[in-house]
Design a protein around this ligand. Structure first.
Ligand SMILES: [Zn+2]
Length: 120
């Protein structure tokens, strides 16, 4: 994956945080990926208000992988932090369920395939 604006590979500059669609669309196209630098310069170019924790999508990427949560929670109210973490819990749970569902489909598919092979 590369930054669609400057084409850097995120090796030296981290990717931008994952935002809610409404906030993201004010500064980039849905299919754009931005690095942190391009993200910040877009914000400035377009005169957008600073991003807060409320703009950040509660997902493992923002929470664990990049540490954006730790960065943005410094200016967030305890209520917002609590809500964000609750949503993150739900998102993670949905992710887990979705993965379990995928695994189940895969197992079924494998069983069917083996069964068909046995018939031949
Ligand atoms: Zn960039």
């Amino acid at each position: 994956m590369k930054c669609t604006a400057c084409h850097c590979s995120y090796r030296h500059i981290p990717p931008a945080p994952v935002l809610f669609d409404g906030t993201w669309r004010r500064l980039a196209h849905k299919r754009e990926n931005l690095c942190w630098n391009c993200f910040m310069s877009r914000m400035e170019e377009r005169g957008l208000p600073p991003i807060t924790l409320a703009d950040l999508r509660p997902c493992p990427f923002n929470h664990e992988r990049t540490g954006y949560f730790d960065f943005f929670k410094r200016n967030a109210s305890p209520e917002l932090i609590e809500t964000w973490l609750r949503w993150l819990g739900n998102a993670t749970e949905q992710d887990r369920l979705w993965q379990a569902e995928q695994d189940r489909h895969y197992q079924e598919w494998k069983r069917r395939t083996n069964y068909q092979e046995a018939l031949i």
